[in-house]
Ligand binder design. Structure first.
Ligand SMILES: Cc1cc2nc3c(=O)[nH]c(=O)nc-3n(C[C@H](O)[C@H](O)[C@H](O)COP(=O)(O)OP(=O)(O)OC[C@H]3O[C@@H](n4cnc5c(N)ncnc54)[C@H](O)[C@@H]3O)c2cc1C
Length: 591
């Protein structure tokens, strides 16, 4: 990795330079053309048949997958050897974002290109790649992923499906039941996880046409009703031994690695959905009049429009920053001779913490945006005749699949601690420096230069708060005073701090870079000040909650004082900042 480039998770310990981050304002002409192609596809091919998709019309979604494959969109992340176009990570993220507003279709699309195709790209033998990937790229083969079972969801490795080797050693006999399988109604190929000899968790490539594979009825869901979700049953299915994916007993690697990329892709899609809903909300608020005025002119509504925009901006900043980092890591691996699929997989694993963060902040931002979209639309937001009610129902799943948001919060911390123990992340050095500051009561601000020095200082201070708490928690855990597994609330406070640090820093770096590149809309300061101001309250609250939960009583007041010092930020008039943002959104709509 280049010297100035941070490793995964390292953003918590070190500063980043604005010139090293990627921002959406840097999209190239070619990326904008691809964006336009996908946007037109959604507008022309998906929106007009949305009702038919929702009613799960037989054959429609598979047909649409083939249509989008004709535009090359199922293979943009695949090697040219199998018909893919090897587009960079940022462009793939942009495609995901544009697919997002297609609701149910985006779920089927993402399942196919993500959890459907990636296991084969990452872990397939050359023969398996050649056999399946070309058909998956053209959409001739459709894919699904069978991990979850009735009794094992978050605890996925506790799956009960069995795969026992036959007496002649030629095939495995697969028996079991999978649940909540996306694309199950039409998929030709499943990656199925099962226990070999009772406890060797292993992945298999299973054709839906194999004897003994059946599916249940379509699940009746709260939302994404147009995406096929069924149970899949395996009864004495003879799976040839060359259908093992990866190694016997190494299925957990496949299950976990595939999800890193899946989480980033989910963030891209939910961001696309949220941005669309925010745009629709502005339009409605401008057109809808009450008391002889557009409702957008009421502060109560204008501030919601501004907040929708701010939350999307924060997620977008974090998403493209991470996509670019993954691409850099991938480029570097490839330059040192690592092959295409391994480089992709390793780069995503390096940024696993950031991928989990994106999954959480994206899905939670969407839920905020869609909820306020309903509110802004009033009764019309509650009507099934409009698009908002469906979006409201569709949004909810995103906090549940690809690892629930609770599981992702836990993962952020466990990955961080594991990396610290392995020496991949140095928590110790900054930890000692912060401890010195707490005991002396004097904060070292360090060098800050350029624009937004107050904001640079405060983001740095948030990291100190986190390091202070992480260090204390780790010390107490090692001495047996704190059982972190039994104190999940503490882990939730800490992971929420991490989410805010990543978002606040991403917003700050983006705004700094916008200034450097002179690509400004005029509301950057308003966005930054409002975000940091609100973030500050959350950081303080989470820190104080954590301190009260586990810091030794004799140290609590020093920790609280340090938190107060670190989060001191000048008074900002958020009312005015939000008014400026909503005025900008209204003016932008009117062109
Ligand atoms: C529409 C839809 C499509 C899906 N598509 C697929 C697919 O294609 N393939 C596939 O394999 N799966 C799929 N899933 C399954 C999905 O990944 C799981 O629903 C998800 O992982 C959660 O598992 P669960 O539903 O069993 O919930 P549970 O694991 O029972 O969780 C219930 C609640 O408990 C919490 N919880 C669980 N364990 C812990 C813990 N250790 N600490 C704290 N909180 C915890 C969870 O966060 C959650 O809030 C899909 C699900 C849905 C609804």
């Amino acid at each position: 990795m280049a010297n100035h480039m941070l490793h995964g998770g390292e953003f918590l310990l070190k500063d980043s330079d604005a010139q090293d981050v990627y921002i959406p304002e840097e999209f190239t002409e070619e990326q904008r053309m691809i964006q336009e192609t996908v946007r037109s596809f959604v507008d022309q091919e998906i929106v007009p048949v949305a009702e038919r998709i929702e009613s799960l019309e037989e054959g429609l979604v598979p047909q649409l997958l083939e249509k989008i494959a004709n535009l090359g969109m199922l293979g943009t992340h695949m090697p040219s050897a199998v018909g893919g176009s090897e587009l960079d990570y940022v462009t793939n993220t942009l495609i995901g974002e544009e697919i997002g507003p297609s609701g149910s279709f985006s779920v089927s699309f993402n399942a196919h290109i993500g959890i459907g195709m990636l296991p084969i790209l990452y872990y397939g033998t050359e023969a398996q790649k050649q056999q399946y990937l070309p058909g998956l790229v053209t959409g001739k083969i459709k894919a699904g992923y069978c991990l979850t079972e009735p009794s094992s969801g978050s605890d996925a490795l506790a799956a009960k499906t069995t795969a026992n080797i036959s007496e002649d050693g030629e095939y495995y006999l697969l028996n079991g039941q999978k649940m909540w399988i996306t694309n199950a109604g039409f998929a030709d190929l499943f990656t199925v996880f099962a226990q070999v000899n009772g406890n060797a968790f292993t992945a298999f490539l299973v054709h839906s046409a194999m004897e003994g594979v059946t599916t249940g009825a379509e699940e009746k869901k709260l939302g994404i009703k147009g995406s096929s979700t069924r149970q899949v049953f395996f009864e004495n299915v003879k799976v040839p031994k060359d259908h093992v994916l990866g190694e016997v007993g190494k299925g957990h690697l496949i299950a976990f690695h595939v999800l890193n990329t899946g989480r980033l892709k989910l963030c891209a899609s939910v961001l696309g959905g949220a941005k669309k809903l925010a745009e629709i909300s502005v339009r409605y608020a401008v057109e809808r009049e009450q008391f002889q005025q557009p409702i957008a002119s009421f502060g109560a509504i204008g501030s919601k429009l501004a907040e929708q925009y701010i939350r999307c901006f924060a997620v977008e900043s974090a998403l493209y920053r991470t996509s670019h980092l993954i691409q850099l890591a991938e480029d570097q691996a490839r330059a040192s001779g690592v092959d295409f699929s391994e480089a992709k997989q390793d780069a995503a694993e390096e940024f696993a913490i950031e991928c989990s963060i994106l999954k959480i902040i994206g899905s939670e931002a969407l839920d905020y945006v869609v909820d306020e979209a309903v509110q802004i639309h009033g009764g019309m937001g509650y009507s099934e005749d409009g698009v908002i009610a469906r979006a409201y129902r569709d949004a909810r799943i995103n906090r549940i699949f690809e690892g629930t948001n609770e599981i992702n919060r836990l993962l952020i911390l466990s990955t961080l601690f594991k990396r610290a123990l392995k020496g991949r992340l140095d928590l110790m050095t900054p930890g000692l420096a912060v401890e010195k500051e707490i005991t002396s009561g004097i904060s070292e601000e360090g060098d800050v230069k350029g624009l937004f020095t107050d904001e640079q200082k405060i983001v740095r201070a948030y990291k100190k708060i986190l390091i202070m708490l992480l260090g204390t928690a780790a010390r107490q855990a090692m001495s047996g005073k704190l059982d972190l597994k039994a104190e999940q609330e503490v882990l939730m406070y800490l992971s929420d701090l991490i989410l805010d640090i990543f978002m606040a820093e991403s917003v700050l770096l983006r705004v700094q870079k916008q200034h450097a590149l002179n690509v400004l809309t005029g509301i950057e300061e308003d966005l930054l000040y409002t975000f940091i101001n609100d973030c500050n309250h959350r950081v303080r609250q989470n820190a104080v909650n954590a301190i009260a939960s586990f810091v030794e009583p004799n140290m609590q007041s020093a920790y609280v004082q340090a938190t107060e010092r670190y989060t001191s930020y000048g008074l900002k008039n958020n009312t005015n900042h939000r008014r400026k943002i909503s005025a900008y959104l209204i003016a932008r709509l009117r062109g």
